[in-house]
Design a protein around this ligand. Sequence first.
Ligand code: PMP
Ligand code: GLU
Length: 401
Amino acid sequence: MELSYSEIIARVQPSPTLALDALAKSMAAAGKKVVNLAIGEPNFETPEHVREAAIKAIRDGFTRYTQSEGILPLREKAAEMFKKDNGLDYSPEQIVVTNGGKHALYNAMRVLFNPGDEVVIPSPYWVTYPAQVILAGAVPVFAKTSAADGWRLKPEELERVLSPKTRGIIINSPSNPTGQLYDRGELEELGSILVKRPVWIISDDIYEKLVYDGSVFSDMPMAVPELKERTVICHAVSKTYAMTGWRVGFMAAPREVARRAAVIQSQMTSNPCGVAQKAALAALAGPQECVDEMVRIFDRRRRLATRLFRDIPGFQTDVPKGAFYVFPDVSGLYGGKIKGTSVDSSDDLASLLLKECEVACVPGKAFGEDGSLRFSYAASDEDIALAAERMAALLSGAGKG
Ligand code: PMP
Ligand code: GLU
């Protein structure tokens, strides 16, 4: 008797960003001086008042199931945030609290797509989008973007990939991995095409608060109000408040989408962790100076990383406008040997950097762009400088051959 496995799971790989982080951490545990710029995770502590709120929740005995869609005060606060920051009206019934931003995205895909539906993903993309589309039974369709176009989807390319089977598009701005963001005019142009089609928009706004150089955040419902009824905004406290481990995200969605997402949750997870929800409530309701301070530090690191990476031979580094990643084009290094090793791909180069420099980054291939590497600058200034110094030493004449 032969047992079988789910075919759909066999088509999905583990998250490469999480896998590389685990590898870098295991090397560090084995005594190597690894500089880990692989994972996109703020290296700050969760703000004190947020941690205190969680401790208080435990002390107060807030230890039972909550509503599947999340506690009302948190959904109210999230709705207030959308109104205050983006001018978008959502009622608390349109907010569903989830186990992190990833879970908000997955809930959205399960509610919106059927087997065989095509979902457009601008490439480079965050590693999890195609995996989740496949897990939902739908089909990822990639739309190309280029460094020359600021890694933003152009209307012509959107038109090219749309088909009668297209049912969704994922827009992530500011973007992981490129750090670029759309302005309102660009979204209006894309929106004017989408408005004519039966297409849902999943707007992954998780890096909304992390924008620099006076750039202004916009998303599709802000740019094209008509599309609000077709957009699911996925968000989280993870990046904004250095709360990756708490696992709290939320979606803001048309009422019927939110209702269906709550149904899935009631059957799958019952509810996100109650104590973590209380912490997220403190994050959204409390003072926001901690966010300003983290953004200021990320901005400093962004400038540092961009300046230092520009001096690394073979790295072409654009200035990112948001999130906390740099995504240099390193394809000029392909086709040769470095320290006796052939380098023909982002996998080759990332492995070499890990071996020779003990610098962990993520190969661009994981994001659909083999010409680049992704480095997270959500790391200390010292680590960023050390990584740049080691890589420059390897890739300058002295280290080659
Ligand atoms: N979207 C993007 C673009 C991300 O980079 C991340 C980071 N993991 C997430 C969603 C999910 O975040 P989390 O589940 O940790 O809240
Ligand atoms: N979003 C982060 C990253 O891209 C966290 C890792 C993950 O969730 O895959 O590195």
